[in-house]
Design a protein around this ligand. Sequence first.
Ligand code: CA
Length: 748
Amino acid sequence: MPKGLNHVVILLVSLAGPASAKTWLVHDNAAYVSASRQLKADDTIALADGEWRDVTIQLVGRGTADKPITLTAEHPGKVILTGRSNLKLAGSYLVVSNLVFRDGYTPDDDVVSFRTDTHHWADHSRITGIVIDRFNQPDRHKEDHWVSIYGADNRVDHSQFEGKGNDGATLVVIRDKPYPLDNRARIDHNYFGPRPPLGSNGGETIRIGTSTESGSDSHSIVEDNLFDRCDGEVEIISVKSGANVIRDNLFVDSQGTLTLRHGNGNTVERNVFFGHDIPHTGGIRVINERQTVRDNYLEGLAGEDFRSAITVMNGVPNSPINRYLPVKNALIANNSVIDPAEINLGGGADAERSAPPESTRFVADLIVKDKGADPIHVGASIAGISFDRVVQSPAGKPAAAGIERRAVALARGANGLLYPADPALAKVGAPRDLKPVTRDEVGVPWYPKGASVPVAFGSGAIRKVPPARSLGDAVAAARSGDVLQLAAGRYHVAAPIVVDRTLTLTAAVDGNATLAFSGATLFRIENGGKLTLKGLAITGAEAPRQPGNAVIRSSSAPMTGAYALTIDDCSFADMTGAPGFDVVRTTANTFAGTIAIKDSHFDGVSGTVLAGNEKPDENEKPDDDGFYMVGDATITGSSFRDVGRIAVLSRGGKDESSLGPRFAMTGSTVADSGRAGGSIVLWGVQATHIADNSFRASGGIRETHTVGTPHTVITRNIFDDTPAPVIDELYYKGPPRTVVTDNLVKGA
Ligand code: CA
């Protein structure tokens, strides 16, 4: 039977139940408030189908284990809480089911809270079949939580959470005083749907506790959940307490890890991770003492460093509680790690994290990576790590004693997982009886899963737009995924074209479509927007003679989704008639997942081609809040002449939770550009790859490393009459960690 129907049956049964059990069907908030004051054990209150706007629903009462107090919908999924709405529980044995939150946001700190105020919380209570869909604060920097579990013995199950775009963990288990510490939350059979990268700390999907009380045990259980594309930050689940169990969950294409961040004696078992070789997909990260990681299956995880398939961190000697307690007595047994990019031992080792793992055992793990380099990365002493019956394929030189290197052939089992074909290896790696949870087993049957992800480029119709037609009107009429095909000729655009869906603008085969614009902006990307420009010529000749023009800019209002921009085979010219004329200008409070520029040409741009800095003056230190505005920026096969700056990217703060910005530039030429202060200016960038470019009579590359473990490779470039790259370290002290090799610097 579909899960939704269960609750309908329960409602009918209570209607016919003993006289003491009452059922109310309420049609507005006043009726709800009136009825909810009378609730007794075994009573049910149902919200009438329809939209409930701007309501705070409080459910307060005392049920019993046999006779809970129930709040539900007249029909599952037909009650939609919108606007500024939220739900609060206090008491005991309360059950809330079958409500949807969308098209709004909470007026305070949580959408669903297991407390009504600091002194009143819920125990032995449950929310089940709740959908929270993109219920985002308009300001992405405003922090909130979608579910805050206070109290003890509470459960969140069969619910769906998707598309959280603003700051703050999606679901938190709160165990600071005065709330109970040993609180035994159970989180099961939920669908944690796509969460876009936040571009800062605070993008966790689940957090259990905080560092303050992490020395005590929570005994919470997270099981049978599906984590689908949970990309918010480095921690998908952040365990910050002791004695929790994380088991039988399925992680798919999620760019982070299950992190045992604080607290001891946690168990991570029988989880399945699939990365499908998607960059930055990770597995399990171990910190602290007595952690058990066993019987997990991890396949195709492409993450490195803190996002490795398995990371055993280095710790801080005498660590403050909120830093990194050294790993001691970890057991990492019977895990299968198939095609990982990296297994990271002594992760994060630096001058502060100088304590290597102690008394840590790898037992009967299976590691298979038959192509590419040995994935085991040793970042510190592994004298405190032992290996026992660990098997690694292919044959070769083991990284340590206790690792047997041999070829292992794999075959996929009926459960969809790979196992050694050789029966002699039956006891190595993950158990055969793993059964990854299915999409149908999590969440609710009456609401779609994964629908928050923007549609793909080119998935819609092709629409021809003649030059006589208003391009703005054509864009406004297009559906998400459509391709607008521009004919040869000149298109004049007066007002900014608003992009709030997935759109491709491309030249028809006969080419020579030119866009000229007379406002300060040609394209403005708003929430939900993704834009590809292909084969177009764009001129700034008609733009106003005033500072601050930009061909493409992100919204001046906060955005919750991550947008994307591709510029392919386009040319940009005549942008020197006004100062500070940018091609792409990103704005504070917005986040671009990717900006890709390829095979394009820029000739005469007074500002910056890719401006990914929070402040217009890139010489000023970025804000310390840690937010940044571009995840991946790539430039390939392009040319720049007489350009103010090629790229400026910055990220502030000292947090290590996020990946970006990342910058790559290859196969491009730069001439007569960036003379004042440098052609490429990077601050706090986490990965830099600048290769096979030629710079002539231009400003150099200036990069400042701040936090994290930035990877910088600058190689095979020609710097002709151009200074050599300058890379500064703001905090790091240690051997050089940049690769600047095989460049030719001449005539500077
Ligand atoms: Ca975090």
